[in-house]
Ligand binder design. Structure first.
Ligand SMILES: NC(=O)c1ccc[n+]([C@@H]2O[C@H](COP(=O)([O-])OP(=O)(O)OC[C@H]3O[C@@H](n4cnc5c(N)ncnc54)[C@H](O)[C@@H]3O)[C@@H](O)[C@H]2O)c1
Length: 468
């Protein structure tokens, strides 16, 4: 299915980097077991690491336990001891069974954390630094990606690379060695296309422009792409544009030759915090939006917040609605962060949920906060009501129904009642809910719940969002 979905997330890194703490946090967020290898060894051997180390057979034990943990299912989060990667067997098993993330911390920070502990290799600062320098190349060589905190590990686990200016290094970041087809929103191609082409270098085989925005998500556009593409099976589609382009480009990649790898390079705030994360690709039909699609996880999602500088105000506002939604779900005012960090945190929040629920069978439903009402209003407007405006209204309704204040939504998103027919909106909402009547509400900040609502309450809430 994609990076890390079927393999362990292994954390490597020097002592004091925080592998046990961050590993436990990531395991919780991904809904996976956590294996803290040093603790597993201590439990298995009935002896403390310090003693096993002094007895002299610790490295062999570590290798045995690491190989066993990495060969075991289901996929877990595994934190390895700082020296485990000195074993070639462990390095080989990491490559076979895990997506390996190097948790980094500055050597001074690491020393401050372990100084005075009873760790056998943390008794002398000079030796500690020397060991750090010696192991650094091994960590770099063994890791698929590096991170500095839990959000970073979550992103790295799903092959989401966050870096301002990363477009320039796109060519080095795209996995594999086969040819590349650049599929780009025509408007975005005019702004960032030349940089993307330059960065892709000699591997770039062909360039395909898609109509800007939602018009890309049609069978006709896909049919044209299917016939234009000359990629072999080891070729990769690189989709450059907003959520419409990553949805359509990803769908073409999912279906061409029964599936070729693809890279998502979202250029909108909606794309970077939402649409390009989670493996859903799709097209619209006359009957409705996103009715055809496939789960096809990108081999790389590149989040370059520098690309957002050229985004028009109304598109930024649409993204802000998803940021507010994410902050409410996470229980943190993520909207207050500077834009790049806002992108990183929101993207990590969605990534964790999607790794937990890759095929959208449950936990991921909470991402629909405010969206049930939004979809109904958009459908009733014949899709003339911008999605961001509809989500602002939907979030206000969800907060009111949750008995929570709506200040954040009012101040940041300024929802304006929609000019749509009330009966059409109600019919669309009933269609969307397929009679189940289940909504996402909040029991408090950061505590989403799925709950049923009596029709009268749902209709009343919907009516308050409609003008006139
Ligand atoms: N797959 C998913 O999980 C998922 C989730 C949410 C939304 N979506 C889909 O995403 C789509 C909406 O995507 P969107 O909001 O990112 O917008 P979009 O892709 O429709 O683009 C909106 C407009 O912004 C322009 N644009 C994009 N990047 C730009 C840039 N950097 N500078 C200047 N102009 C730029 C485009 O040309 C277009 O005119 C919808 O079709 C929705 O269904 C998918």
């Amino acid at each position: 299915l994609g990076p890390a979905l079927d393999s362990h997330v292994a954390l490597i890194g020097f002592m004091g980097a925080g592998k046990s703490t961050v590993g436990a946090e990531v395991a919780r967020r991904l809904g996976r077991p956590f294996v803290d290898l040093d603790r597993t060894i201590e439990e298995g051997e009935g002896s403390a690491v310090k003693e096993l180390f002094e007895d002299g057979d610790f490295r062999l034990l570590e290798q045995t336990y690491a190989s066993r943990a990495l060969a075991t299912r289901p996929p877990a989060v595994v934190a390895l001891g700082g020296g485990a990667i000195e074993s070639p067997t462990v390095r080989r098993d990491l490559q076979r069974f895990a997506r390996t993330v190097w948790l980094q911390a500055h050597v001074d920070v690491a020393w401050a954390r372990v100084e005075g502990s009873d760790r056998p290799l943390a008794r002398d600062q000079a030796e500690f630094r020397e060991l750090y320098e010696k192991r650094r190349p091994l960590y770099a060589q063994s890791a698929d990606a590096a991170a500095e905190d839990g959000d970073g590990v979550v992103l790295a686990a799903a092959a989401v690379h966050f870096e301002a200016g990363a477009l320039q290094s796109l060519g080095d970041l795209v996995p594999g060695s086969g040819p590349l087809a650049l599929v780009a929103d025509a408007r975005v191609a005019g702004i960032h296309g030349a940089d993307a082409q330059l960065a892709l270098g000699d591997r770039l085989q062909s360039i395909h422009e898609l109509p800007p925005g939602e018009q890309a998500k049609t069978i006709a556009v896909c049919r044209r792409l299917w016939s234009e593409l000359e990629l072999p099976r080891d070729g990769t589609v690189v989709a450059l544009g907003g959520g419409s382009t990553t949805d359509a480009g990803g769908f073409v990649a999912a279906t061409f030759l029964r599936g070729v790898p693809w890279v998502a390079l979202p250029t909108t705030l909606v794309g970077q915090v939402d649409a390009a994360i989670g493996g859903k690709t799709g097209l619209d039909l006359e009957q409705g939006k996103n009715l055809v699609g496939a789960f096809h996880w990108p081999v790389l999602t590149l989040l370059d917040p520098a690309l957002l500088r050229t985004l028009p105000e109304d598109e930024l506002a649409a993204g802000l609605a998803e940021v507010v939604k994410t902050g409410l779900l996470a229980g943190e005012p993520l909207w207050e962060l500077p834009l790049p960090e806002r992108v990183r945190r929101c993207a990590a929040f969605k990534t964790a949920l999607c790794l937990r629920d890759p095929l959208d069978h449950g936990p991921r439903n909470v991402l629909n906060l405010g969206h049930t009402f939004a979809h109904a209003l958009e459908a009733a407007s014949g899709y003339t009501l911008p999605h961001g405006r509809a989500v602002a209204l939907g979030l206000a309704a969800a907060l009111r129904l949750s008995g929570m204040p709506t200040d954040v939504v009012d101040e940041l998103l300024r929802p304006e009642p929609a000019r749509v027919d009330r009966d059409d909106a109600w019919a669309a909402l009933k269609r969307d809910k397929k009679g189940e009547g289940v909504f996402v509400l909040l029991e408090g900040s950061g505590r989403p719940v799925m709950t049923t609502l009596p029709d009268d309450d749902a209709r009343r809430a919907l009516d308050t969002l409609i003008a006139g």
